[in-house]
Design a protein around this ligand. Structure first.
Ligand code: PLP
Length: 395
């Protein structure tokens, strides 16, 4: 074990089961460890490095911004946050933007916005309906929102105001809706929960129900947004529009950022009702603007769709070969492979030996979320390494 890893164990809170590799450098879809070993990165910072590592467009924008203005308070106007907000509005169905620093913070803000809407327009309604298997972040309220008991149990009691109901069941949402409900919050595709796709018509039915009841639909596109699913935003594929949408992960290609977007009618915060010291930081916004602009101008979402189809075909080919692969699913470059038993850790470690980084999503499943700029050649290489890794596990 390297000295860095020993020091980490000594000084760092152990909240993650880390893979025993210390990464020191990245370029495109590749990263290097401290011994100079090269890996193909299909984890992508957990669906964050949309343009890959150290993309010139992002590196140049950040470099220029750190030499110009790093941080002032939100008491003042700054140009990078306005440019990013304008680009987001011009390319989505939403009208107004609030910038923050992470996915959890964006979702917290979205829930506050929905509660504010409830106070103003729904007789004080404050409850938010969410789905089992969802993941909305690690703050206490977002743990309560996330319908996964493993994240909730260690921290009971949780903040009130969240009702977790079965995923993919419009009937469950209808049954849980009361006079206290102000919003339904869903991931278009559940990422952390297993790359779970919505059933046909689920999201349209939820949209229609929210309209019928006059409550808000919040889409958490923290993982699915900004091209990952093969369209700029996932909602485009389901023929619906959210009232509120949250973004984070891929928005600035690795620089911490989060965003809440809302339709005009749902944009009810007034001065002083919400805020963030670092939210809208000029460096993060410059990175976000450079990333989003590059994605739009170069149809990177289209690349994610095309290469995603090529990758899923490759993974399905492996499914034909290895009987213990029970499912391959996903959309764009957010894909998962499920096994009949808990071998994901062994497969992940065998991939690591072969020079491929993958994410162990569950004891019996892997997730693939490479940079959106990836090409077919790198996919061939990754599928080849995965094939060898699976062969070493047996059939
Ligand atoms: C859908 C979704 N929402 C929210 C979050 C939380 O984002 P963050 O870790 O930036 O707080 C995540 C993180 O994985 C996520 O996938």
């Amino acid at each position: 074990m390297s000295n860095w890893q020993e020091l980490e164990h000594k000084y760092f809170m152990s909240t993650v089961d880390r893979v025993p590799v210390t990464l020191v450098r990245g370029e495109g879809v590749w990263v290097w460890d401290e011994d100079g070993r090269q890996y193909l990165d299909f984890v992508g910072g957990w669906a964050v490095d949309s343009l890959g590592h150290c993309h010139p467009a992002v590196a140049e924008a950040v470099t220029e911004q750190v030499h110009t203005l790093i941080q002032v308070s939100n008491q003042f106007y700054t140009i990078p946050q306005v440019r990013l907000a304008e680009l987001l509005v011009q390319n989505s169905c939403l009208d107004k933007v609030f910038l923050c620093n992470s996915g959890a913070e964006a979702n917290e803000g979205a829930v506050k916005l929905a509660r504010r809407y409830g106070k103003l327009h729904l007789n004080g309604a404050y409850e938010v309906i969410t789905a089992t298997g969802s993941f909305h972040g690690r703050t206490l309220a977002m743990v309560a929102a996330s319908g996964q008991s493993k994240f909730q149990q260690p921290y009971l009691p949780l903040p009130v105001g969240f009702v977790n109901v079965g995923y993919n069941s419009i009937e469950a949402i209808k049954a849980a809706t009361t006079g206290q409900t102000c919003a339904v919050m869903l991931e278009p595709v559940q990422g952390e929960g297993g790359v779970n796709l919505p059933d046909d018509k689920y999201l349209t039915a939820v949209r229609a129900w929210c309209d019928q009841m006059g409550i808000l639909l919040i889409l958490d596109e923290v993982q699915t947004g900004v091209g990952r699913m093969g369209t700029l935003f996932a909602y485009e594929q389901y023929g619906i529009e959210p009232d509120i949408m949250t973004l984070a992960k891929g928005l600035a290609s690795g620089i911490p950022i989060g965003a809440i977007l809302a339709k005009d009618r749902a944009s009810v915060f007034t001065a002083g009702e919400h805020g963030s010291t670092f939210g809208g930081n000029p460096v993060a916004c410059a990175a976000g603007y450079a990333t989003l602009r590059f994605i739009i101008e170069n149809d990177i979402a289209g690349n994610a769709k095309r290469v995603g189809e090529y990758l899923i075909a490759g993974l399905k080919g492996l499914r034909q070969k290895f009987q213990f692969i029970t499912d391959v699913r996903g959309c764009g470059l957010l894909l998962a492979m499920e096994f009949s038993s808990d071998i994901a850790q062994s497969v992940m470690m065998a991939c690591l030996d072969g020079g491929l980084l993958v994410n162990r999503l569950k004891p019996n499943a892997l997730r693939f979320m490479p940079p959106l700029i990836i090409g077919n050649q790198e996919v061939d290489e990754a599928v080849g390494i995965l094939d060898k890794a699976l062969s070493s596990i047996g059939n």
